[in-house]
Ligand binder design. Structure first.
Ligand code: ARG
Ligand code: ZN
Length: 465
């Protein structure tokens, strides 16, 4: 059927025959149509994301039953073509796909590994907006990467699921352009047995509705978000909702096993969000909070508006880290994984700033303590400005990344440094960033040549002198 559909698409009645040549821009772009690339162009993760289009919005409707671990999903994607497309790929891991439509018309599709290739009945013109709907079902399986990234994605738990997907585990629960270079807004409709709570990014768009023993929870994240931050964390949860001192809505949720953490997560998340807004600039999203699940891995992730803490009672240091990511990583997102220090170095430096704010230490002391590591400490051999795909979350990306910021702070002075942080978050709010852009802004605002400093801290495989 797929072959027949695409053969028909080659000669639609309303276009001139090929020999006549294209007579309009529309005909020209469609006759130029070719397959979108199976990767977005990140050489470190060549199959992640896809080429030829940019997603504007995901509407994810999933129905999940913890007892059977079965997920039934319909994901609707609104996208714009960046070339004329005869076919394009989505990333999806596992599941049986039962139907794909493009602009309402059945489309051909095929699977190869984590690539879902879609062949629309008619080619899509360059710049055209189009809607893809994918229906799929099965038992989700998280990514399991024993020697580097661990277990991530949609992780079934006893009472639901823990969904934390950095770097590329969104594909374990919805078809996606699964790379941070493509941000989009999200709507979620999550249906679960009554009594199960479904927590996604952003805010509820209405009261959860129960019919026939199943409840649908609808959440919306209206600000652009990268795919790895999307969550649909499910289970039994105790909730506390309200507002921070500065007025930002706060939603905290804890598994009953962490009932004693609820007030602490709620209060600290509000306090940290408000404080970071005074240091980094206005909070970028419409709500803040945190989720503690009983998934026992000691794992945390900065899911947009709702950081996740897996299997432990988060202290204020890690809450400060995950909420700093709402600016660094979530509002300002990397285009390439090699720039990960722009997320983790900044969030780690935020931990040091939090200690300084609380009178429990200074950033200078944290810097000095790490600088005292011996010359053969593995951190000095790993340049944090170029995160390695086979060792992405190396300690250097965090700690030496944070040290880079402290070295910068000492070189330009506190006044310029903190103005730089606020200008950085303001200029790239809801957008993408690169290391080169940060270096250029630091040089512009300080009036100094900072090339040698950044080179020594970010790019040399040795301890800076
Ligand atoms: N961004 C997270 C944090 O530092 C770490 C995510 C690690 N991901 C992984 N698959 N191990 O808070
Ligand atoms: Zn982090």
């Amino acid at each position: 059927l797929a072959a027949l559909v695409s053969a028909l698409a080659c000669a639609p009645a309303d276009q001139p025959p090929p020999s006549a040549g294209p007579s309009t821009a529309e005909a020209r772009t469609v006759s130029d149509a070719r397959a979108g690339a199976p990767g977005i162009g990140d050489a470190d993760f060549p199959r992640d994301g896809n080429g030829g289009y940019d997603v504007a919005h995901y509407a994810i409707a999933v129905d999940y039953t913890p007892a059977t671990k079965r997920l039934e999903g319909v994901t609707t994607i609104e996208a714009a073509a960046t070339q004329a497309l005869s076919s394009f790929n989505l990333d999806l891991s596992g599941f049986e796909v039962s139907k794909v439509t493009v602009d309402g018309a059945p489309a051909g599709f095929s699977r190869q590994g984590q690539e879902l290739t879609v062949r629309p009945a008619r080619a899509i013109g360059d710049d055209a907006r189009f809607t893809v709907e994918v229906a799929y079902a099965g038992v989700p399986a998280p990514v399991q990467d024993a020697d580097n990234l661990g277990v991530y994605g949609f992780i079934p738990t006893a009472d639901g699921a823990f969904v934390a997907a950095e770097p590329d585990g969104a594909k374990t629960w919805f078809p996606a352009n699964d790379h941070p270079a493509d941000k989009a807004t999200f709507d979620f409709a999550i249906t679960v047995p009554a009594g199960v709570t479904a927590l996604a990014n952003g805010e509820l768009t209405g009261r959860p509705a129960t019919a026939n023993g199943r409840t649908t929870w609808r959440w919306r994240e209206r600000r652009q978000m990268v795919t790895y931050l999307a969550t649909a964390t499910l289970g039994r949860f105790e909730l506390r909702e309200g507002r921070s001192g500065a007025g930002t809505p706060v939603i905290a949720a804890v598994d009953p096993a962490f009932k004693k953490s609820l007030d602490h997560v709620y209060e600290t998340s509000g306090e940290v969000t408000d404080y970071w807004a005074t240091v980094f600039g206005p909070y970028p999203f419409d709500s803040t909070g945190g989720v503690v699940d009983d998934y026992a891995a000691g794992y945390a992730l900065e899911n947009q508006t709702k950081p996740m803490y897996g299997g432990f009672d988060p202290d204020e240091t890690i809450i400060a880290h995950e909420l700093a990511h709402q600016w660094f990583g979530n509002s300002l997102s990397i285009r390439r994984w090699q720039d990960l220090w722009l997320n983790e170095g900044f969030a780690t430096y935020a931990e040091w700033l939090w200690a300084e704010h609380k009178g429990k230490g200074t950033a200078e002391a944290s810097f000095a303590q790490n600088l005292a590591r011996p010359a053969d400490d593995p951190m000095w051999a790993y340049p944090p400005g170029r995160a390695k795909p086979n060792d992405l979350f190396n300690q250097s990306v965090y700690t030496r990344g944070a040290m880079t910021l402290h070295a910068l702070r000492k070189a330009v002075g506190d006044k310029t440094f903190f103005a730089l942080l606020r200008t950085w978050t303001a200029e790239h709010r809801y957008g993408h960033v690169t290391t080169d852009q940060f270096v250029a802004l630091a040089e512009r605002m300080s009036g100094k040549d900072l090339g040698p400093l950044f080179d020594a801290w970010l790019f040399q495989p040795r301890r800076p002198s």
